[in-house]
Design a protein around this ligand. Structure first.
Ligand code: EPU
Length: 456
């Protein structure tokens, strides 16, 4: 169903997936068929960094072909780590034995491309005694400060110098175990502490830690390497530092964000999608909301099938850290909620600016009002942070085609499914951003019967 209109779009690389930036979608057709999800972006990139801590090479399996992985791969390579594709598709062999301090210019070439460089700090400090961090990228969904990371590194004994080039971190007296309480259960800051504490001298106690399944999988990776990590109730993680770590051989946990995205695509387009590799346990919260919104799912050993049970129903959801409803799930869900009968409310409490993408949905005919300072609704728990926004979605509203530009990864994916659900033709620009986290997007859309062209 997909055609390539422009030669220039992919003739150089010979790969339509890596070239297209603009797609034209003719909507109004249900997505039907099967797609496979690989390892989670939000584990794989961290496990690649963890390989720096091993004295022997590591093997990581089920690595998706996404641009965030490419960025981390290049960063490892500029630090002298050899990264080689294995024979099995999606397998990386990572050998850190030649690790060296990289030049600021080489690191800076990755500035703005990803959030992951910040997680190099602990491993580089243990390995080389210093770490240079460029300006950080990632999606533009809020301020995304790094104060928790820097405070944690200082607690381990690191010295942080900010210069006009970026941040230089050293550990003149080595790193020692620390007692750290995070102001918020930040995913990245928890990973920072784990990757630093495993080789620090002594024991680290981390309170108010994030406990996302991807973090548990990172703990599993580190334990394979020789780390001693235990977790206790109430978000407490204890890490006993060890003198040396080995490489690991690990198959990454599946990408529950991508799985939820395809589930919402089935809901929004009134399709029927089997997501191979999706598992129930890590998606319990999502599945509850999916069911309440009028979705039907069937759990199989090798994946989950998703479609509508009947008419879509409005829901009230609040994003939260695990085990809550993930902030990365709300964008594709909102597209489906535009087709539900009645008023839905989505409270975003993790990031301060993650509902801006709804403007384009309004342009496509949706009735969505964003309350930038949140909204009181009955039965709300006290939010973890003062920071929040709310979107009120009234449906069902027919969606029509529009010309839209992708703002960020999850918002961008939601534009694609909105265009697929809409009557008429849409142009979606800047789709390259979606490649940060969705492998083989065009191939998968094609497999599900989407009608689209790559036009630039
Ligand atoms: N925060 C601070 N200070 C810090 C760190 C975080 O104030 O030093 C705040 C953030 O500004 C945000 C909140 O804490 O408001 C949560 O941030 P967190 O650190 O948990 O997020 P992250 O590690 O930067 C990861 C994922 C995100 C995902 C969030 C929440 C990666 C590479 N990114 O980000 O994924 O939304 O956790 O689960 O793992 C995505 O995949 O599209 C994506 C944005």
């Amino acid at each position: 169903m997909m055609t390539l209109l422009s030669d220039s779009a992919d003739s150089k690389s010979g790969d339509r997936e890596t070239a297209g930036e603009v797609i034209r979608i003719r909507g109004g057709r249900p997505l039907t068929g099967r797609v496979e999800v690989k390892g989670a972006k939000n584990l794989v990139t961290k496990a690649m960094v963890a390989a720096l801590l091993g004295e022997t090479p590591s093997v990581l399996r089920d690595v998706p072909d996404i641009s965030d992985v490419q960025v981390v791969r290049s960063l490892l390579e500029v630090h002298g780590v050899s990264v080689i594709d294995g024979d099995e598709e999606g397998t990386l062999h990572l050998d850190p034995s030649g690790a060296v301090t990289a030049h600021f210019e080489e690191i800076d070439a990755h500035a703005g491309a990803s959030r992951i460089p910040i997680l190099f700090c602990g491993p580089l400090l243990h390995l080389l005694g210093e770490a240079l961090i460029p300006d950080l990228g990632g999606c533009r969904i809020g301020d995304r400060p790094i104060n928790f990371h820097m405070d944690a590194l200082r607690a381990f004994g690191a010295v942080v110098d900010k210069s006009y080039e970026g941040i230089r971190i050293t550990a003149p007296n080595g790193l020692h175990g620390a007692n750290i309480a995070l102001p918020y259960p930040s995913v990245g800051a928890t990973e920072q502490v784990l990757l630093t504490a495993v080789r620090a001298k002594g024991t680290t106690e981390l309170r108010n830690a994030a406990i996302e399944p991807e973090i548990m999988d990172l703990i599993a990776v580190l334990q394979k390497m020789g780390a001693i990590i235990s977790y206790e109730p109430n978000r407490v993680i204890l890490i006993e530092g060890v003198d040396r770590l080995e490489g690991y051989d690990h198959r990454a946990i599946f990408d529950r964000n991508e799985a939820a995205s395809w589930a919402c695509a089935a809901l929004a387009t009134d399709g029927d999608v089997f997501v191979g590799g999706a598992k129930q346990q890590e998606m319990l919260t999502f599945l509850n909301v999916f069911r309440k919104a009028g979705g039907w799912f069937d759990i199989h050993e090798d994946g989950i099938q998703f479609r509508r049970a009947g008419a879509l129903k409005p829901v009230v959801v609040e994003t939260d850290v695990h085990p809550g409803f993930m902030t990365d799930w709300q964008q594709p869900l909102i597209v489906a909620l535009t087709q539900a009968q009645g008023e839905s409310i989505v409270h975003e409490t993790v990031y301060e600016n993650r509902l801006g993408f709804t403007e384009a949905l309004v342009q496509m005919g949706a009735d969505i009002v964003v309350h930038p300072h949140g909204l009181e609704t009955e039965g709300r728990r006290v939010p973890r942070r003062a920071l929040e926004q709310a979107a009120v979605i009234n449906g069902p509203t027919p969606l029509h085609g529009a010309d839209v530009e992708v703002p960020d990864l999850r918002g961008g994916y939601s534009y694609v499914i909105a265009a697929l659900a809409a009557e008429g033709e849409s142009t979606v620009r800047n789709v390259g951003i979606i490649r940060r986290g969705y492998e083989k997007l065009f191939t998968k859309l094609d497999a599900l019967g989407a009608d689209f062209d790559v036009v630039g």
